[in-house]
Design a protein. Structure first.
Lengths: 228, 875
């Protein structure tokens, strides 16, 4: 039988450090008990609603539910939210009391670091610490990728389109070449950018990267040339 | 009585209406008791100058034209049922021309200014043509009548003027009418309205555009209580139902307009091409009969060649020119060609300069032009009413018989063509029943109403249920729709402050801000364009299939193609586009890169096999034909031999049973069944069967469907499993698959997501245009698929999901039909375990590798792609 949703993960080497890429789109560093999630885009629904497009207001609940599950599974000592955690500058103010409480509960007993992103450049006072970037040993966590060695970033929302024998599949993925990585977006309403986009070519010379694709029950490591 | 309306009840050879079948189809005898053709000698007075005008042209007013005049004088609304070429349009306008003409010639009363007649057509080109055609009687009789058109192409300045100084007669489309009604001056504009003429009503009412139109009519009935309706329609299965569309429905009762039937149409002469060539087993190109079709074009003055899909049209056109040694003027006409190019073809046609036009349903409707003397219908007719309308295109004179030749492209299509010819001889009709109004369209209308003037829920509800498609709408559904329009209708009430419409102190709903009005105007309409991708021609990188090396960007722009079509392809697949065979190279943002391919046959033959499934009625007749072995005599010898062989090695499915064959073939095991319910219902069945076979541990790998059959294959020996009692076929096909299995599948179905996207756009949840400029879907920063996932999990009974499910019942998933079929075959499954493929199974087996294969788990497929990386790493 198939396992539970978050039981499966693969491993990824970044600058000599082994990390676990979880099927949920989170990254876990065992030795540091560090969990990283990127691009939560909380309150994206209400952000559109404020501008007249009344998207269902359940995206924050959906995203936090998945985040709670992955935190419960790994019990990290530190959580890094890798930027664009909130969809816009005022998004934190639109959180419901319940969502606020959920976040506060998740923060209990662990360090929580909000990395700033282009959508949420300022501190927002939802607990935890705020930083532009953070470096632990050889790895630097920042929102927008620069292509530097040892960098783990988000921002681009990578997805891979894979042509298979039967049909084309399109899924979110981690992108890595062993020296640097871009994480998939975690948010329920976060769209994706194809890994064949020029933005990735700039980061990974000769497109020599691997897409770690989030399948239904497991992660699949697929060569860049195989994606389109 | 005209011969066109006589029904042959004698039951000649091959005419076997299914009398013992439950009436699930829309089939009815074409002449219900109350509908009577008008006797030609009944001629009420037409004003003298009209009589002179008719005479000067050598015309006599037709009985049905005069009958409509009578109805109008008696203040009755009427539905005119008439075949093509019967002078329908003039009949529809005659009452208006006479009324407006009479008053002025009498010069007694100055006619009150204001809009008198509104004409609505499904095609804006038609509105423009009608304006031109009306010019003749108006200018020749010097009638002081001002006629104008209003379409998306009308300049803003003229639109502005039309609001203030309306013409007597305005020709427009359902969308433009909705826009006019959403403005504050609608009461002024429409208060003088006396008549609405609805053209091609049979075509309008089958879609959501019909729903939108019905709601607009409900509004007009309130603004102009004196208004009467004239509906113009081709022959339909249930004219009574259609006639209801033209009347405000009283609560708890039904009201229908009077029905006038034009007689006098000659019975068409329809035959099947008796080919000298070998009949193909599968495929839809009919390339085997190319030479014979060419000879037909050569032997006639002007021939219309109808095919079912655009790519077929492209291919056939190309093939004709390859053998066109006589340089016959053969043209191409289909919906994705440039409008200017289409008009050029139509004009050349009208001028009689063309010998042949290869076309799709783009020419099913529209003005009559040219002396078309033959219609060739290539491939499956799919429905007899639809076929009849196409054949009517070759009927420029009512009293002459239309001539048509059906060209089946494969053996199953021979059966379908054969029963379609019988059905036409029987004057049977299989147009779909009147729709139940969709909730997403209602949402759009409710917002439009608020844009015009504030509304009170009680009053608007009372108005909406006068529209025939919404007569059964519950108050609860209506309130849900209003709630949706206001603040999204979510269980989580967090959007009150973002509401688009708000209730004032008196309880009237009004638009919250001017931007809402602007957004509504930019998004009106029910036609949701598929997301399109630009196709560019580049040089092939010549790499192996499935890899993407660097590809030169840029390249010549060939046109645009539906995104969903590309999603079904894998790089290396070949298909026809813009008249040539191209190879799919890659996709980058909204650009599809293709290279020129040298293949003689494209691998992917069609755009999903055409839009319409085989009609329930024709399907029933095909099953009847198969079951009646004596009737096989009317079939070509090759087809008879094929069926006889099937009878020997397996079985011919009886009319009401489902034949299921299982057999091994090159290390896989196949299950083939023959429901004859159309590709859409079969695909849904395939999805559900594979889930069940997986649970039964038959290890299914995929399936493929065509209009007649479904083939599923896997690693488990299904013949053996059935004989061991480990696979119960009755259980496998149990209607309860439409419960949990369906729900589970809908969660991930790409077709369901497409359906949802379309509802989300029509309802106004998601704008198709942001502030005026159209953006491609790729630039829209959220995906409706993600919205669907989240909404489905958190509020599964949300109004939009209900709307999408209602669409799925009849649309891309054809659930209703699948449900009817499963009920029909309960207890009537016949299993034939075979040691190899049967003759009847060959056509569907040949589809494997040509069509997208469904049903395989995503993880298995991704794992194969990952395996290549492992191989590469291991050297």
């Amino acid at each position: 039988m198939r396992g539970t949703t978050f039981s499966s993960s693969g491993t990824m080497e970044i600058a000599g450090i082994t990390l676990r890429a979880d099927l949920s789109g989170a990254l876990f560093w065992d030795e540091q008990r560090l969990l990283v999630v990127s691009d939560l885009h909380l309150e994206k629904g209400s952000s559109y609603a404020a501008h007249g497009t009344l998207l269902p207001p359940f995206d924050t609940v959906a995203t936090l539910r998945r985040l709670s599950a992955v935190i419960a599974q790994y019990d990290p000592r530190t959580v890094i939210a890798l930027g664009d955690s909130f969809h816009d500058r005022d998004a934190h103010a639109r959180l419901t009391g319940d969502d606020r409480a959920t976040i506060a509960n998740l923060q209990v007993g662990r360090d929580w670091i909000w990395i700033t992103g282009n959508h949420d450049p300022a501190p927002h006072g939802i607990g935890g610490d705020v930083a532009d970037e953070i470096t632990i040993r050889a790895v630097t966590f920042r929102h927008e990728p620069t292509g530097a060695r040892g960098e783990i970033a988000g921002h681009l929302h990578p997805k891979a389109r894979v042509a298979t024998r039967a049909r084309t599949l399109e899924r979110r993925c981690f992108v890595s070449d062993g020296e640097r990585a871009v994480m998939p977006a975690f948010g329920a309403y976060a769209g994706g950018l194809s890994v064949r986009d020029a933005a990735f070519a700039k980061l990974f010379p000769k497109r020599a990267f691997i897409a770690h694709v989030l399948g239904d029950t497991r992660l699949h490591s697929i060569a860049a040339a195989r994606c389109y | 009585m005209g011969p066109g309306f006589r029904r042959d009840d004698g039951g000649g050879p091959g005419s076997r209406p299914a009398l013992d079948e439950p009436r699930r189809t829309a089939y009815l005898p074409p002449v219900p008791p109350r509908v009577r053709p008008v006797p030609p000698d009944d001629s009420p007075a037409l004003p003298d100058h009209f009589i002179r005008w008719f005479a000067a042209r050598g015309w006599t007013p037709r009985a049905h034209q005069l009958a409509l005049l009578d109805k109008a004088r008696a203040q009755r609304s009427a539905l005119l049922i008439a075949p093509t070429g019967a002078g329908k349009t003039l009949a529809g306008f005659l009452p208006t021309l006479v009324e407006l003409g009479e008053k002025t010639t009498a010069r007694s009363v100055a006619r009150p200014a204001g809009l008198h007649t509104l004409y609505i057509s499904p095609l804006k080109a038609l509105a423009v043509d009608i304006a031109r055609n009306l010019d003749a009687p108006i200018s020749e009789m010097e009638l002081p009548i001002k006629v104008e058109t209003r379409t998306g192409d009308t300049p803003a300045s003229r639109k502005q003027r039309q609001r203030r100084y309306p013409p007597d007669v305005l020709l427009t489309t359902p969308e433009q009418l909705a826009l006019l009604l959403s403005s504050a001056d609608a009461p002024f504009l429409f208060s003088s309205l006396k008549r609405v003429v609805l053209d091609e009503l049979h075509a309008l009412v089958t879609s959501k555009r019909g729903d939108l139109l019905s709601l607009a009519l409900a509004r007009l009935w309130r603004l102009a209580p004196d208004m009467r309706m004239i509906g113009l329609s081709a022959t339909v299965a249930e004219p009574e139902q259609l006639a209801r569309f033209l009347m405000p429905q009283p609560q708890g009762a039904v009201a229908a307009a009077d029905i006038v039937v034009a007689g006098g149409a000659a019975q068409p002469v329809v035959e099947m091409l008796d080919t000298r060539e070998r009949l193909p087993w599968a495929g839809h190109t009919a390339r085997h009969a190319l030479g014979e079709m060419y000879d037909l074009i050569k032997a006639n003055k002007t021939t219309l060649v109808f095919v079912n899909t655009r790519s077929q049209a492209e291919m056939l056109f190309q093939d004709f020119w390859r053998i066109n040694d006589d340089n016959l003027a053969i043209a191409l006409h289909h919906g994705s060609l440039d409008v200017a190019q289409r008009r050029k073809v139509e004009d050349a046609m009208a001028a009689g300069r063309l010998r042949g036009v290869v076309c799709t349903s783009s020419l099913d409707l529209g003005v009559d032009w040219g002396d078309v003397d033959l219609v060739i219908n290539v491939g499956a007719p799919k429905g007899c009413s639809r076929l009849m309308q196409r054949i009517g295109r070759a009927n420029h004179r009512l009293d002459e018989a239309s001539r048509a030749v059906l060209v089946p492209a494969n053996r199953f299509e021979v059966l379908e063509c054969s029963v379609a010819i019988d059905a036409i001889a029987d004057n049977a009709q299989d147009t779909p029943p009147l729709r139940t109004g969709a909730l997403d369209v209602l949402a759009q209308h409710v917002l439009g109403c608020a844009c015009g003037e504030p509304f009170v829920s009680d009053e608007l509800y009372a108005e909406v249920i006068t529209a025939a498609p919404y007569a059964q709408l519950s108050r609860a559904d209506f309130d849900d729709v209003v709630d949706f329009v206001a603040s999204g209708g979510y269980a989580l009430k967090t959007y009150e402050r973002f509401a688009r419409i708000k209730q004032d102190a008196k309880g009237a709903w009004r638009v919250a801000n001017p931007k809402v009005r602007q957004t509504y105007r930019l998004n009106v309409g029910t036609i949701v364009e598929e997301a399109m991708l630009k196709v560019r021609l580049v040089r092939s990188r010549g790499g192996g299939k499935g890899t993407t090396g660097a590809i030169a960007r840029g390249g010549r722009l060939l046109g645009e193609i539906e995104e969903y079509f590309i999603e079904g392809l894998t790089p290396g697949d070949t298909f026809v586009f813009g008249g040539e065979i191209v190879r799919y190279e890659t996709l980058a943002e909204d650009q599809v890169y293709v290279s020129r391919a040298n293949d003689a046959d494209p691998k992917v033959p069609s755009y999903m096999g055409g839009k319409f499934p085989l009609s329930t009625y024709l399907a029933e007749r095909v099953r009847g034909l198969l079951d009646d072995h004596r009737a096989w005599r009317q079939l070509p010898e090759q087809v008879r031999d094929w069926l006889a062989l099937q009878k020997d090695v397996s079985r011919i499915p009886a009319r009401r049973e489902l034949l299921v064959e299982t057999f091994p073939r090159s290390s896989k095991y196949y299950l083939v069944c023959y429901p004859f319910e159309g590709r859409l219902a079969h695909q849904t069945l395939g999805m559900l069967l594979t889930r069940r076979l997986e649970r039964a541990r038959a290890r299914p790998l995929g399936f493929v469907a065509n209009e007649y059959a479904l083939a599923v294959w896997g690693l488990g020996d299904m013949s053996h499993m059935v004989s061991q009692g480990r696979l119960d076929l009755a259980g496998l096909f149990d209607p309860d698959m439409l419960g949990d299995d369906l729900e589970a599948w809908l969660a991930e179905s790409a077709l369901m997501k497409r359906t949802f996207r379309s509802c989300a756009i029509i309802s106004g949840l998601i704008p198709r245009r942001f502030t005026g400029e159209e953006k491609s879907r790729r630039q829209v920063l959220f995906s409706t698929d993600l919205v669907y996932d989240v909404l489905r999990r958190h509020q599964p009974d949300h109004m939009l999901l209900r709307a999408a499910r209602a669409d799925a019942a009849t649309g891309l998933l054809d659930l209703r039909r699948l449900g009817d079929m499963l009920t029909r075959i309960e207890g009537r499954i016949t299993h034939r375990p075979l040691d190899r493929v049967s003759p009847l199974a060959v056509p569907v087996m040949l589809e494997i590798g040509r069509e997208s294969v469904y049903g395989e788990a995503a993880d298995e497929l991704l794992a194969e792609a990952a395996e290549e990386l492992v191989k590469e790493a291991m050297g």
